[in-house]
Design a protein around this ligand. Structure first.
Ligand SMILES: CC(C)(COP(=O)(O)OP(=O)(O)OC[C@H]1O[C@@H](n2cnc3c(N)ncnc32)[C@H](O)[C@@H]1OP(=O)(O)O)[C@@H](O)C(=O)NCCC(=O)NCCS
Length: 185
């Protein structure tokens, strides 16, 4: 069975919902910023064609059943301000990995903390997942902080696991079990 469709996930300031083709111009602003893509395993988008190719890839992965690509929107304006990827879903083990990106002008307001908490709640109470995972570059201080503040545990470090942008780098591996999860902020 594939990962079930994810219905819109609300939080006080945000909604996580499935990506649509109309989101690409907003996503180009986000992924066209080299500061945003600095720690990401893909190049900075140069044009809307990069966005189209990305969406096509995401649609293929979604059809294969283990991936769902969501976007993060602001409730106040419906503006798309980021992405939230659920991938490497393993039905038998009821686990999946998450990856997230926020446009630079929205950093530092606790928004990814809010989005990740909302997703964790949904994953454990609605999707029946029992474990969420994330891999992060040790130098990505903000992302490591977000995960730890939500309650993810640093379970190990893989040496030179990825090569991206011409350089090999380590990754911190994080996990959060449904049984670790506390819904209080
Ligand atoms: C990582 C990212 C999603 C964080 O989003 P955010 O909404 O700015 O994060 P929050 O405001 O929820 O802040 C989370 C924590 O990070 C800390 N933080 C934020 N920016 C930081 C920085 N540059 N250096 C150190 N800590 C930082 C905050 O103080 C906060 O810690 P606290 O909760 O203990 O106070 C955002 O910076 C981003 O999109 N970066 C580019 C894409 C990326 O790297 N994605 C992750 C790939 S693994």
């Amino acid at each position: 069975m594939p990962l079930p469709d994810i219905e819109p996930i609300p939080s006080p300031r945000l909604t996580l919902r499935t990506v649509r083709i109309e989101d690409l111009p907003a996503l180009l602003t986000i992924n066209g910023d080299p500061e945003v893509t600095r720690f990401l395993p893909y190049p900075t988008w140069a044009s809307i064609d990069d966005g189209r190719a990305w969406l096509e890839r995401m649609e293929g992965l979604t059809a294969a059943g283990a991936t769902r690509q969501l976007v993060i929107t602001l409730n106040a304006t419906a503006q798309v301000i980021g992405t939230f990827l659920v991938f490497r879903y393993d039905e038998g083990s009821a686990r999946a990995e998450v990856g997230y990106v926020l446009g630079r002008k929205h950093w530092g307001q606790g928004l990814m903390h809010e989005a990740l908490r909302a997703f964790c709640r949904h994953a454990y109470t609605r999707l029946g997942l029992r474990r969420l995972e994330a891999e992060v570059n040790p130098d990505n201080a903000a992302s490591n902080a977000v995960l730890q503040r939500v309650g993810f545990r640093h379970e190990g470090t893989f040496r030179q696991r990825w090569v991206a942008k011409g350089r090999a780098y380590d990754t911190h591996f994080y996990g959060l079990l449904a049984s670790d999860w506390s819904d209080s902020p």
